[in-house]
Ligand binder design. Structure first.
Ligand code: PMP
Length: 430
């Protein structure tokens, strides 16, 4: 049995000070009916808790750590950077360097702005889309999560799905009134919507690979349809690649599927584990942003030198060694094929979905194409599988509605160990 005595004590104390003892809901493990290990440190593909337990980490801070934890080059760059001061609130050379790097990976980012979280990136991208088009309505998809801003907290997957909260109290009816939700991967529905009210829609925002109802790839034709109908009706297409950017491929989902959005949001990997995200895209659209244009957006710590340093170091490593993407993807593929094979061999109905280096093991017989499919997974089987793995040193995301991630530090030995534990866990579920 895993000893988490210190973590349990720490959690009890944390709950006195922070709602649910955490600063982001899914961390609480409420979804799996237990309590979380408190983390002391992380290195490479491993994460260590305060009780002295060691885990192979497939959460990777919910995606950012594609190079593994505490990458030597990123750490060295940060150590140097802090000596120069941690924030100036003034322009630096670093910001332009980071912008250039991002553009090298994603040429559709003709102009961009740095912010501090994915939530800010999507919220600001929507404001820009509304300002640019002079329209109010936006379209999002059921099960896609774009952060916790009011107008996007509608049928939003991830933590909301985990806790069964379809919409949050505190979101004014008016803020959600202009948000139209549509089923993911349903091209016909979106065509119907645009036929009826396309000329009132400012933007469609989508996770081009959904990650927040578990990993759900777009079906052929879905993203193409979004591109077509938005263009036809003068609406903008916003790709929220906060999760799938640098995961679906080096150039994100847009490169993988060959679709050019008007705006893109990035986060997670782009900040190398620091609070940093980006929105950007078409120059004519981004020229609306203050002070170049009238759409207001700002941030005291935006573009701060420490976040920029972590992002720049991470992107530099990725740019210098393009084999990283190939290697991470190969490791993820091996893991996913193994999980599916072992599940089948044990007679447990599972479907493993993967795009690049993000994946979800669904306790579902057959493909998961949308939120309805995800929500009929066997959640009890998921919990049993999750707990067995945690107890045996494998750290997966504590919800069926999440993606897992692999880093370049996960080598064949770790994958083999992960599969050995999975095999035992599947046998429990027979
Ligand atoms: N968009 C997507 C696709 C995400 O996965 C997330 C976070 N998981 C966000 C936006 C929000 O990012 P943050 O948590 O940094 O606000």
């Amino acid at each position: 049995m895993l000893n988490l005595d210190k973590s349990h004590k720490a959690f009890a104390e944390a709950k006195l000070y922070m709602p649910g003892g955490v600063n982001s809901p899914v961390r609480s493990y409420r979804s799996v009916g237990s309590e979380p290990p408190f983390i002391a440190s992380a290195s490479g593909d491993r994460i260590y808790d305060i009780d002295g337990n060691e885990y192979i980490d497939y959460v990777l801070s919910w995606g950012p750590m594609i190079l593994g934890h505490a990458n030597a080059e990123v750490v060295a760059a940060l150590q140097e950077a802090v000596l120069r001061g941690t924030s100036y609130g003034a322009p630096t050379l670093l910001e332009t360097e980071v912008a250039k790097k991002i553009q090298a990976f994603m040429p559709t980012m003709e102009m961009l702005r740095m912010v501090n979280s994915g939530t800010e990136a999507t919220m600001s991208a929507l404001r820009v889309a509304r300002g640019f088009t002079g329209r109010d309505k936006i379209v999002k998809f059921v099960g896609c999560y774009h952060g916790h801003s009011d107008s996007l907290l509608v049928k939003a997957g991830s933590g909301l799905a985990t806790f069964g909260v379809p919409d949050s109290p505190g979101v004014p009816a008016g803020a959600a009134a202009d948000t139209i939700t549509m089923p993911y991967n349903d091209s016909q529905a979106i065509r119907g919507l645009f036929d009826e009210q396309g000329d009132t829609i400012a933007a469609v925002i989508v996770e081009p690979v959904a990650g927040n109802m578990g990993c759900v790839p777009p079906v052929p034709g879905f993203l193409e349809t979004l591109r077509e109908v938005t263009e036809e009706h003068g609406a903008l297409l916003i790709f929220d690649e906060v999760m799938c950017g640098f995961r679906a491929s080096a150039g994100g989902a847009q490169k993988l599927y060959g679709i050019i959005p008007d705006l893109t949001c990035l986060g997670k990997i782009v900040g190398g584990g620091m609070p940093m995200a980006v929105f950007g895209g078409r120059k004519d659209v981004m020229s609306c942003v203050a002070p170049a244009g009238p759409v207001y957006q700002a941030g005291t710590l935006s573009g701060n030198p420490i976040a920029m340093t972590a992002g720049l170091a991470t992107l530099s490593v990725l740019q210098r060694d393009p084999t990283i993407f190939r290697r991470v993807e190969a490791a993820t593929k091996e893991l996913c094929e193994g999980l599916e094979r072992l599940g089948e061999a044990a007679g447990v109905p599972v479907t493993v979905q993967r795009v690049g280096s993000m994946f979800t093991l669904f306790f579902h017989d057959g493909p998961v194409c949308n939120f309805d499919d995800a929500s009929v997974c066997d959640m009890e089987a998921f919990k049993t599988f999750f707990h067995y793995n945690l107890e045996h040193g494998i750290y997966y995301a504590p919800s069926q509605y999440e993606s897992n991630f692999v880093s370049v530090m996960h080598n064949p030995k770790e994958i083999e160990k992960t599969l050995a534990v999975a095999e035992e866990a599947f046998h429990l579920l027979k």
